[in-house]
Ligand binder design. Structure first.
Ligand SMILES: [Zn+2]
Length: 564
């Protein structure tokens, strides 16, 4: 009986515990009402019915419809091209067709077996005529290096070896040219009509994956598994035909028109990973629904509840108009927000600033630390930071980073010279896994975060047009990584070093003995003070290299060796 009794008590405790974890922090009054609304939104958006809201999927379209209906209920006016919607076509699949052909110097090559199109290639195109061999195809005035010297390739095809000068030197000044994209760009600038990369060294064979979101160029780009360096200017005849399937995806836009000159954008992405089939998943083999409760049903819920407040309290928010946007395609590379800034439904120069919420549902109920990225993008943010109060028992600490560049939609606005910040409650072990479910969300904590963001917006509302400042960023594309440690950095940690928030299975970090909680303090003999040092030194590491790292584990200092 007792046992049975104990079972009941145990399960009651568990349910209470669970109840307690979803409401890890107990909101009252207004915040309690907000938390309940947030819960309703997340329960629906992260339900199995929406199947992980993969971009262009039925679940994503259901999500878009739900958000538009909420915007309508609140009384926002439609600000898309199709009512509340801004539709965009997303390529969902690209497959090279048998009609794709290649002949070089009268030799016909076999598709896939001997040659294949590269992801950057145009989907359709052909070329017949001379191809000029330009060795590594590098032209860099800064480095005083030019493989196009004394050759005119305008209107012709070019042949480029995968090999680059000083290839075995990790610190080579040519490192930026190791990839494909830079050299294709140069060839196009030189007037080339097609590009044929070649190599017989299997270590240098580029991926044949035809990515759906690559910025494809306007000309055919092929790779041949053969050393063609002997051929100086052969006759070539090629056709590329890639079938690209696309589906419709949607940004959702609702507007509060206060008749003001400038508009504030408040946004969050509503797409997620579906079944993990489109990349980005940390459990791709699971084939399960990635419900994306924290990433980013939580952000969408925050957009809807902030819209409700702004609409109802126009006297606090009367100096700007407000545009609430749920972006699609974020997980595919900020596709929806990039699309919006290149197809804005209000003039870009009339956007005052942008607030992005991506993962605001996991405020740690012990540490209660909120992170705000991008505060260097306007001097005005400091004012909001100083004035916006927060009760310690709700949000214990607010930490900030400067850079406008980050892994979410605020970056698209920053790159359009619009001040933009990203509110974030931090990484966690459910990130990009099927277990990112409604049960893990701290609804009370999210309500506190929403009220805090609301204060920011109130303070910012009477600042007029705020100034934009460029931040010290790692220039995009300069930091390319050839290896990974397979860890998740702790973005919240503000001590010296890089704190490890998660260690991915079957990766060099795990093999080296790294553990969650370790603080990396040196790498390859160089001190690691923060995530930037870590990224800089990781970018210099090469496949196969053995690198000593030192970590702090509790009070212990441990030396480990990573084999990349
Ligand atoms: Zn996200």
């Amino acid at each position: 009986m007792y046992k049975h009794h104990s079972h009941i008590i145990l399960s009651l405790l568990l349910i209470a515990g669970l109840g307690f974890s979803s409401y890890a922090q107990k909101p009252r009054g207004k915040e309690k009402r907000i938390a309940k609304k947030v819960e309703d939104h997340i329960e629906y958006l992260a339900s199995d019915e929406l199947a992980g809201r993969g971009t262009g999927s039925e679940g994503e379209q259901l999500s878009a419809k739900y958000i538009a209906a909420e915007f309508e209920k609140i009384g926002l006016s439609p600000k898309g091209e199709d009512g509340y919607f801004q539709h965009l076509d997303i390529t969902t699949l690209r497959i090279a067709q048998d009609q794709s052909s290649l002949m070089v110097s009268k030799q016909v090559y076999t598709l896939f077996k001997e040659f294949y199109p590269l992801s950057i290639s145009a989907d359709n195109g052909d070329y017949k005529g001379l191809a000029i061999n330009v060795k590594s195809g590098i032209k860099d005035d800064h480095l005083k290096y030019n493989d196009y010297e004394n050759v005119n390739v305008a209107g012709k095809a070019v042949m480029i070896s995968m090999e680059t000068p000083e290839m075995n030197n990790p610190h080579s000044k040519f490192a930026a040219y190791a990839g494909i994209a830079e050299r294709v760009k140069i060839a196009i600038d030189m007037g080339a009509k097609a590009v044929i990369f070649y190599s017989s060294n299997a270590d240098l064979f580029p991926s044949g994956d035809l990515k759906k979101t690559d910025n494809i160029v306007g000309i055919p780009v092929y790779f041949v598994k053969k050393d063609l360096s002997e051929l100086k200017s052969p006759e070539v005849d090629l056709t590329v035909q890639i079938m690209a399937l696309s589906a419709q995806a949607s940004n959702v836009l609702g507007y509060v028109d206060n008749g003001a000159e400038y508009t504030v954008v408040v946004g969050a992405h509503h797409d997620h990973l579906g079944y993990g089939e489109n990349g980005g998943s940390l459990a791709p083999e699971s084939g399960q629904i990635h419900n994306g409760a924290d990433d980013n049903a939580s952000g969408v819920a925050a957009v809807i509840e902030l819209a409700r407040i702004v609409k109802s309290k126009s006297k606090w928010f009367g100096n700007n108009n407000y545009l609430f946007i749920a972006f699609t395609g974020e997980e595919l590379g900020l596709v929806g927000s990039k699309y919006f800034v290149s197809n804005p439904t209000i003039p870009l120069e009339k956007i005052n600033y942008m607030i992005n919420m991506d993962m605001v549902g996991k405020l740690d109920s012990t540490e209660k630390v909120l992170l705000i990225n991008g505060v260097g993008t306007s001097p005005a943010w400091q004012g909001a930071l100083d004035k916006a109060s927060h009760k310690k028992k709700k949000i214990a600490d607010v930490r900030t980073t400067e850079s406008g560049l980050g892994a979410s939609d605020h970056t698209s606005f920053y790159l359009s010279d619009i001040p933009a910040v990203h509110f974030f409650t931090g990484q966690h072990s459910h990130y990009h896994k099927p277990s990112d479910d409604p049960e893990i969300v701290n609804y009370g904590g999210e309500a506190f975060v929403i009220v805090y963001i609301c204060k920011w917006m109130e303070i910012m509302d009477d600042q007029g047009k705020v100034e934009f400042t460029k931040t010290k960023d790692e220039s995009p594309g300069r930091m390319s990584f050839k290896v990974t440690l397979g860890i998740m950095p702790d973005y919240i940690f503000d001590g010296e070093g890089l704190r490890v928030d998660g260690v991915k299975a079957d990766n060099p970090g795990e093999a080296a003995g790294l553990k969650k909680g370790d603080i990396i303090i040196s790498m390859n003999g160089k001190p690691i003070l923060d995530i930037h040092d870590y990224m800089e030194h990781l970018a210099a590491c090469e496949p196969g290299q053995e690198v000593p790292i030192t970590v702090k584990r509790g009070e212990e200092i441990i030396d480990l060796t990573v084999k990349f």
